[in-house]
Ligand binder design. Structure first.
Ligand code: HEC
Length: 132
């Protein structure tokens, strides 16, 4: 106890303490920022054809079942909407239908991250996935 008190009153400790704390704080902030930036590439996104952002296909399947399966079927084999499984359509068309709709298909049923996730899932269904 007596020793800790003595340390506290050393003038060196008083003078170096605040800048040291500031440095520690800044280092922590920089480290946190660096960690955030490092996490970016691991985020579920990838560009295909230079423009299309793919999200998480697993989440996309859930969204598909909730939002698209009514018309395209739970297995994407078609219904009121055309079959998407093994369909020979480019992913750019899928995105266009999602964003603009067509016929009875309403536009913007999904957007943002959900759209990216659905696109990733539909990409796993398309015949064109083998064609590159
Ligand atoms: C209300 C019913 C309905 C819902 C819900 C719906 N669609 Fe559709 N979709 C259609 C119909 C009908 C067409 C055909 C439009 C046309 O070409 O006239 C279509 C066309 C498409 C096409 C183009 C297929 C092709 O071969 O031309 C894609 C891709 C598609 N839909 C994806 C989706 C996705 C993904 C969702 C969910 C986000 C979705 N649709 C939700 C009815 C629906």
């Amino acid at each position: 106890m007596a020793e800790r008190g003595a340390w506290k009153h050393r003038s060196l400790g008083r003078n170096i303490g605040p800048p040291l704390l500031l440095f520690a704080g800044l280092s922590a902030a920089v480290f946190t920022l660096a960690k955030l930036r490092l996490a970016e590439p691991a985020a579920p996104s990838a560009a295909v054809g230079g423009q299309i952002v793919l999200g998480d296909a697993y989440r996309g399947e859930t969204i598909f079942l909730q939002t698209c399966a009514t018309c395209h079927g739970p297995n994407a084999t078609g219904g009121a909407g055309p079959r998407l499984r093994d369909a020979r359509i480019p992913l750019t068309l899928v995105r266009d239908r999602i964003e603009n709709g067509k016929g009875i298909m309403p536009p913007n049923l999904v957007s943002g991250q959900q759209e990216a996730d659905v696109l990733a899932y539909v990409a796993t269904l398309l015949e064109s996935k083998n064609a590159g």
